[in-house]
Design a protein around this ligand. Structure first.
Ligand code: CYT
Length: 300
């Protein structure tokens, strides 16, 4: 009964619903593609595609490496919806705006939410290119006044004070490990995701702090996971480690340029181009595992 939903959600839902063929008017799963991981959408068949700029209530994603398209279609015999390009808090969108699409996907019937992202590795056992199943998160957005659920509670979606004890569904994580094994992927890790607002990357001191509370760090995913959990979705999050985060202390003032030069000190760098590059290289693997995961889910 659409009359129970707030107008902005109804407008968006109807806009999409009216343009979809019957077999896509309800979906099983929603997928969000992270930086450099847009090719995930390429395995989807019989697609109907919308530009974000045309969808009522959607923001427009502005980051290089994030196309702005919503793709409905069939993946491994399942009707799915996929965000090719997501919204980030650092673009200036509120946490509510960033996670708006998640509730739309729930209205379309999606029970499973697959969130992917490009993240920095903190855990010394990780390597660039590893896939990490998110077991839990620490969201700096959620405890600095940018929890996406702040504001009047929309009780049609969920309760005022939602528990966050099982955000990243254990059974889905288990099925994902099976999917990865069937794809012969052997570098699968599991860890805690630290969410920052960005857009600046971490300082070394921040990175050392984060490494005491988590395994990967990034600028997304937690808002969508929070909202997905609130409206009763089963969430799975996967990070692709695009770079290992520098945790070495910053140079001391007590050393002269000559002493520094004698150490062969090389200033660490990180670039968005590097993040996208690794994403593009590894997208194929993640693509295959997500497709296999969808197939396994269908049988379970
Ligand atoms: N890398 C990344 N921090 C990083 O170092 N992809 C996100 C955040």
């Amino acid at each position: 009964d659409l009359s129970k939903f707030p107008d902005n959600y109804v407008n968006c839902y109807k806009y999409l619903y009216d343009k979809l063929p019957n077999e896509l008017k309800s979906v099983k799963m929603a997928i969000v593609c992270g930086s450099g991981l847009n090719n995930l959408a390429d395995k989807i068949k019989n697609t109907v595609t919308f530009d974000y700029k045309d969808i009522p209530g959607f923001a427009v994603s502005t980051v290089a490496g994030h196309r702005g398209k919503l793709v409905f279609g069939i993946l491994a015999n399942s009707p799915v919806v996929c965000m090719v390009g997501r919204f980030h808090f650092y673009e200036g969108h509120s946490a509510q705006k960033v996670s708006f699409p998640i509730r739309i996907f729930r209205m379309f019937g999606a029970k499973v939410l697959v969130l992917t992202n490009a993240a920095g590795g903190l855990n010394p056992n990780y390597n660039t290119g590893d896939l990490v199943i998110i077991r839990d998160h620490v969201s700096f957005l959620n405890f600095t006044g940018s929890n996406p659920l702040i504001g009047q509670n929309e009780s049609i979606f969920g309760e005022r004070f939602p528990p966050m004890l099982n955000v990243y569904n254990h059974h889905l994580r288990y099925l994902f490990t099976q999917a990865a094994a069937q794809c012969n992927y052997t570098n699968l890790k599991e860890g805690t995701y630290i969410c920052l607002s960005g857009p600046s990357y971490e300082t070394p001191a921040e990175a050392r702090f984060f490494s005491t509370i988590g395994d990967v760090v990034g600028m997304s995913t937690a808002p969508e996971a929070t909202v997905g959990n609130h409206c009763g979705m089963q969430v799975i999050g996967i990070s692709l480690v695009t770079n290992m985060v520098n945790q070495k202390p910053t140079l001391s003032s007590f050393k002269s340029p000559e002493e520094i030069a004698a150490q062969n000190y090389e200033a660490p760098t990180i670039s968005h181009a590097e993040v996208i590059e690794v994403g593009n290289q590894k997208a194929k693997i993640l693509e295959g595992i997500v497709e296999k995961f969808t197939e396994i889910l269908e049988q379970n």
